[in-house]
Design a binder for this molecule. Structure first.
Ligand SMILES: Cc1cc2nc3c(=O)[nH]c(=O)nc-3n(C[C@H](O)[C@H](O)[C@H](O)COP(=O)(O)OP(=O)(O)OC[C@H]3O[C@@H](n4cnc5c(N)ncnc54)[C@H](O)[C@@H]3O)c2cc1C
Length: 496
């Protein structure tokens, strides 16, 4: 049975949801609080669009294999439009260092190990145009959803709240809109849990603070300049213990650099907010320095920060009982992971398609709610959990660096073994194509994170590397850059 479905929010996941639901023949109406993008191309959108509802709009985004394959398989013409508008495919082959290319023999799965490089503005504007051309979808901008319209279920043995519609504020006008199904795709700042609370429902909620502040700055290469090699001596992304850094090449010569610092590193947090100090820090990191040649590029934005970097998982089912019927939350409104790992859009797009499949498979509202919860747990929980684990070990590492202790020395054999295994893995990644391939499956979310480490050939290689001795492997792992004290001294000298 085809239904009328309201989607709240036209962010990346909201639009993926609209596409997924419309492709099943549903009538989809999307309400978006922000104004429409300015006329013109992605360039206008990047610089001019007032995108208050998605504060991460001008931060760099990488689009991982999971999302890219989903687009290529289901919407091949959309992928062509991304490419026509400047997005670039970074294939598995492109990711291999020249030494590895000589040993490389393509395998079929390599087709799935790719990343799309472009600014979020480019992806979002092309996706939006595509959505607007798709039948069965209406998109209303400047339309702010301000509350829920609900009733109690009249199904026996079910005391869930039934969502019937929403309160809508459009350009000063207040009205009510009704639908068979309501989907919350309103992102990390969703107000739905508060509205449910006001209606007497406590939405179950896990969250964990990454204790990290995330900053980025955008730049553009001058005309005629080319990007530095991605296979230089020093990696374009790394972890100095007290700083995580990375470069995000985009479209049309645009690129962005990111720096993440622990929340309680007051001096570093102050520094990354300041354009000159942000640049100074980037120049001091060998992996970022080649991008910072002032003769070749210019900044296009200030250093931008995002606060509240936390992992969040919301459930609308408790003890096998749906809290709400005819209501679903997708994307960041339900599941958030640290942006450092670039997983949010992939998770959101998969979430959207899980929902569309379930709505097609059964009309029973209770079954729909339970099945959506079950499949979200099954398919997305491993990604969430891996992100959470990475956040937790990042916090431990940052604390150890700040207090001048070596983590594995203070935490016993298990930690020592973990670190030795990690060193051997990084060393193997440097020169073994099959290990890189396995790791890229995990990075691109094509397997449960870390599953490649169960593969016998990969395990064997890593143990072989462990036998070479810790010292040799650890030397490969070292990411060059100033240590914490050197960085603080650099910033102090600059300020003086
Ligand atoms: C700094 C940063 C960097 C990131 N980098 C990456 C990356 O590299 N790769 C990646 O995959 N993910 C990345 N992410 C995560 C990614 O941005 C999100 O996972 C993704 O945008 C989620 O899509 P969404 O549609 O759920 O939410 P959003 O894209 O945030 O969209 C929510 C939409 O809902 C609208 N809205 C909100 N409230 C209302 C309302 N009441 N009524 C109507 N409309 C409303 C908003 O205006 C907005 O348009 C990053 C996130 C951050 C913060």
């Amino acid at each position: 049975m085809k239904q009328k479905i309201i989607v709240v929010g036209a962010g990346i996941c909201g639009m993926c949801t609209a596409l997924a639901l419309a492709s099943k023949g549903n009538q989809v109406v999307v309400y978006e609080r922000d104004i429409a993008p300015p006329d013109g191309d992605a360039h206008e959108a990047f610089f001019q669009w007032n995108r208050r509802g998605a504060s991460q709009f001008r931060h760099p985004h990488a689009f991982l294999g999971l999302l890219c394959n989903l687009i290529r398989d289901r919407y091949p013409d959309l992928l062509e439009e991304f490419i026509a508008n400047g997005a670039r495919k970074l294939s598995f082959r492109d990711m291999l260092r020249p030494e590895l290319l000589a040993k490389y023999k393509p395998e079929q799965e390599d087709e799935k190990l790719w990343i799309l490089l472009c600014r979020r503005a480019t992806l979002e504007t092309v996706l939006r145009r595509y959505v607007l051309r798709t039948g069965n979808i209406e998109l209303h901008d400047s339309s702010h959803i301000a509350g829920l319209i609900t009733s109690r279920s009249d199904v026996s043995n079910c005391d869930s709240l039934v969502v019937k519609g929403l309160q809508l504020h459009t350009r000063g006008e207040k009205s009510e809109v009704y639908a068979d199904i309501v989907v919350d795709a309103s992102g990390r700042g969703t107000k739905f849990p508060q509205w449910f609370k006001a209606a007497g429902i406590d939405v179950s909620h896990e969250e964990h603070n990454s204790e990290m502040a995330y900053f980025s700055r955008n730049y553009q290469l001058n005309p005629g300049e080319t990007e530095p090699s991605r296979h230089g001596l020093h990696p374009g992304a790394g972890d100095l213990g007290y700083i995580k850094y990375g470069v995000f090449p985009g479209d049309d010569g645009h690129f962005a650099l990111i720096i993440c610092v622990p929340e309680d590193e007051k001096t570093l947090r102050g520094a990354v907010r300041d354009n000159a100090q942000f640049d100074l820090m980037c120049r001091s990191i060998p992996g970022l320095k080649p991008w910072m040649d002032e003769r070749k590029m210019q900044p296009t934005t200030d250093a931008l920060g995002v606060s509240d970097i936390r992992a969040v998982w919301r459930r609308y089912v408790q003890e096998d009982r749906p809290l709400a019927l005819n209501f679903f939350a997708v994307g960041d409104a339900a599941i958030r992971t640290n942006p450092l790992y670039g997983r949010g859009c992939s998770v959101g797009a998969v979430h959207a398609h899980i929902l569309a499949d379930i709505l097609e498979s059964t009309v029973d509202p209770v079954q729909r709610a339970l099945e959506f919860d079950r499949r979200s747990e099954e398919q997305l929980r491993p990604i969430y959990q891996a992100s959470l684990n990475e956040d937790k070990s990042g916090i431990k590492r940052a604390r150890a660096v700040a207090s001048g202790t070596l983590l594995e020395k203070t935490a016993g054999f298990k930690a020592w073994f973990g670190a030795a295994f990690g060193d051997a893995l990084i060393a193997a990644i440097k020169d073994q194509v099959h290990v890189v391939r396995g790791m890229m499956r995990t990075v691109n979310l094509l397997e449960k994170p870390g599953d490649f480490l169960k593969e016998p050939a990969i395990r064997f290689t890593i143990f072989r590397y462990m036998l070479r001795g810790r010292k040799k492997n650890a030397a490969v792992r070292i990411v060059s850059g100033p240590d914490r004290e050197e960085m603080l001294a650099l910033l102090k000298n600059r300020a003086a």
